[in-house]
Design a protein around this ligand. Structure first.
Ligand code: C2E
Ligand code: MG
Ligand code: MG
Ligand code: MG
Length: 294
């Protein structure tokens, strides 16, 4: 018994574990300085109206350009940012930057229906008191019409908080912004609960889109979510569309919008503009433009 303990204590201090802990600490230190050093970058992934292929919005997705390590994906540093509380300043930077970008696009493309910008909220941000005041200040400062901002909150985040969630959602909704449930289908929410949430959009998690058309369960889930959204008068967006087959199935199901590598990966703001400029002729502003046979 004691030998076993001694052994496990030894493993805790194995040199590679030690260096991994050190690495994490180093990364947390770097993360703290990353905002002032302007190491974060927003990428934008087009969200497309499936009926006609028009780009109607962009989801802002953050990346960290670490000077030593290179590009770090949010899956790697958002959890660390959550644990250290740094997600609050980072999240605020993301919101401000995305709203500014949307405002810029509205001024640049005055003849186009205003693009909506979608921003992911983390759990800590969502639980932040006076979140709605912070967001209202940003919108006012930038003079962005609130309906052009859509906040994405995951299904599991909403479920963690119970009744407090509903109060928070109403405060946000009262600003006039839009709300979406991200990664829908992965959070095991009671469907009856959802009707009490003042949300506008369900985003079907890409794990279900993956099997659409050949995995029976995935296909059934996608059908059910779309039918459910329509019954509750919510709009529905499919995440992770990668193939023409997935697109045509979703079109047949009258899914409202989609995003995924089939249309575009997340790209820089400049690349978004090239896409829009190239497609300024409404007849060319259609996906899929890739093979030219369209
Ligand atoms: P998410 O909000 O569900 O974002 C969609 C993720 O799926 C993005 O990964 C996107 O690049 C990826 N994706 C889009 N289309 C496809 C596709 O066709 N195939 C595949 N395989 N993947 C696709 P990304 O950018 O690495 O972000 C991962 C997650 O990190 C996001 O998931 C979101 O939860 C979180 N995240 C990203 N940016 C932020 C942020 O600014 N704040 C917070 N709190 N979380 C963020
Ligand atoms: Mg999202
Ligand atoms: Mg998602
Ligand atoms: Mg996801």
């Amino acid at each position: 018994q004691s030998k076993k303990n001694g052994k496990s204590r030894y493993t805790i201090f194995k040199p590679d574990m030690d260096s991994r802990a050190f690495e994490r600490l180093q990364l947390a230190t770097d993360l703290r300085r990353a905002i002032e050093l302007q190491e974060f970058k927003l990428y934008y992934q087009p969200i497309v109206e499936l009926e006609n292929g028009t780009i109607v919005g962009l989801e802002a997705l953050v990346r960290w350009e670490h000077p030593r390590i290179g590009l770090i994906s949010p899956a790697k540093f958002i959890p660390l940012a959550e644990e250290t509380g740094l997600i609050l300043p980072i999240g605020e930077w993301v919101l401000e930057t995305a709203c500014r970008q949307a405002k810029y696009w509205h001024l640049r493309y005055p003849d186009r229906a205003p693009l909506t910008v979608s921003v992911n909220l983390s759990a800590k941000q969502f639980q932040q008191p006076q979140l709605e005041d912070k967001i209202a200040q940003i919108l006012a400062r930038i003079e962005l019409a609130p309906q052009n901002l859509k906040l994405e909150i995951t299904e599991s985040m909403m479920m963690e908080q119970g009744d407090a969630t509903i109060a928070t959602l109403y405060k946000l909704k009262n600003l006039g912004i839009q709300l979406a449930i991200d990664d829908f289908g992965t959070g095991f929410s009671a469907l009856s609960y959802l009707k009490r949430f003042p949300v506008d959009t369900l985003k079907i998690d890409r794990s279900f889109i993956k099997g659409l058309g050949y995995n029976r369960e995935d296909t059934a889930i996608v059908h059910a979510v779309i039918a459910f959204a329509k019954a509750l008068h919510l709009s529905v967006t499919a995440e992770g569309i990668e193939t023409a087959e997935q697109l045509s199935q979703l079109q047949a199901l009258r899914c409202d919008r989609g995003q995924g590598y089939y249309f575009s990966q997340p790209i820089t703001a400049d690349a978004v503009q090239l896409l829009i400029d190239r497609n300024c002729d409404p007849h060319l502003d259609r996906f899929p433009p890739k093979d030219g046979s369209n």
